[in-house]
Design a binder for this molecule. Structure first.
Ligand code: HEC
Length: 268
């Protein structure tokens, strides 16, 4: 009983999730892949802000149109960029940039994002898109708190968010912090002084983004919802069918029970 109580209390206690390799707690986000409006907006944001570099090579426009309840002309108008009009509903969502071009321009081919939510998580992606900050020493003048050692992607949404400023604190890791009485200098005995991300300043620097902070959060949520759907398109269908399967099971159990009662009535 005691063990059960401990197990239950462990299961119910709030757990903080951290991104691997950094000390940034992952932000919570409520996504709903059954919300067609959110998915449609997310698809539009993805095409406008990410598809110049990243592809979704397993998704065809036709499948997206069917799942997101979009008309063919809406797909042509909203999802297929003007210089790729030859693309059809059967085309896959590939980027116009070739691997070679991207390696020359960006130093690295941007990865396909079809399975990004499966390989990281919805919360990770949401946090990632909210964690760019000004860093003049970074490749594109920005850093990302989830990549403390640096990453090679520009802040594609800077025009919407503006540029955040990150605050770092010095931490003594694996040792003991001692302050020299004379020089007042801090020393980390037996460990390393490391600079760790603390938080973002509320105010952005430089030109303002075109969205307010809460509009930006909703936009990122839609974008993440779309990529969550893309990572498992069958999930929509599964959730729809799941309810009926559960109802059938309940009904079937009731019928089986009644039948059993009927069979055994004469025996007892
Ligand atoms: C200008 C090109 C460009 C644009 C636009 C762009 N990215 Fe990237 N992205 C990259 C490159 C290059 C990398 C690889 C960086 C690295 O590994 O150092 C990358 C990496 C990533 C990663 C990390 C993948 C991993 O497996 O670690 C994610 C997630 C990501 N991008 C999401 C997005 C999203 C979402 C958008 C749209 C809002 C976007 N990117 C727009 C170039 C771009």
């Amino acid at each position: 009983m005691k063990r059960l109580a401990i197990l239950l209390s462990l299961l119910c206690s709030p757990v903080m999730l951290y991104a691997s390799g950094s000390n940034v707690p992952l932000l919570k986000v409520k996504t709903d892949i059954g919300d067609m409006n959110s998915l449609q907006r997310g698809a539009k944001y993805f095409v406008n802000y990410c598809m110049g570099c990243h592809s979704l090579k397993y998704s065809s426009y036709g499948r997206i149109a069917k799942d997101l309840e979009l008309q063919e002309d809406q797909v042509q108008k909203d999802l297929i960029v003007s210089w790729e009009r030859e693309k059809r509903l059967s085309s896959y969502m590939t980027t116009a940039m070739t691997k070679k071009q991207s390696e020359v321009m960006l130093g690295k081919a941007p990865p396909d994002l079809s399975l990004i939510v499966k390989s990281k998580s919805t919360r990770w992606l949401y946090t990632f898109l909210k964690s760019f900050y000004s860093d003049p020493s970074g490749d594109y003048g920005v850093g990302n708190a989830l990549y403390p050692t640096g990453m090679g992607m520009p802040h594609a949404l800077v025009g919407l968010q503006g540029l955040q400023e990150a605050v770092f604190i010095e931490k003594c890791e694996g040792g003991e912090l001692v302050v020299n009485a004379k020089t007042k200098k801090k020393e980390c005995k037996g460990g390393n002084m490391a600079s760790r991300f603390s938080h973002f300043k509320k105010k952005t620097i430089g030109p303002k983004g075109s969205m307010t902070a809460s509009q930006y959060d909703l936009m990122v949520r839609d974008l993440v919802t779309f990529l969550e759907y893309v990572s498992e398109p069958a999930k929509l269908e599964r959730q729809r069918i799941g309810v009926w399967v559960m109802l059938f099971m309940i009904l079937f159990t009731a019928m089986a029970y009644l039948l059993k009662k009927e069979y055994w009535r004469d025996v007892h």
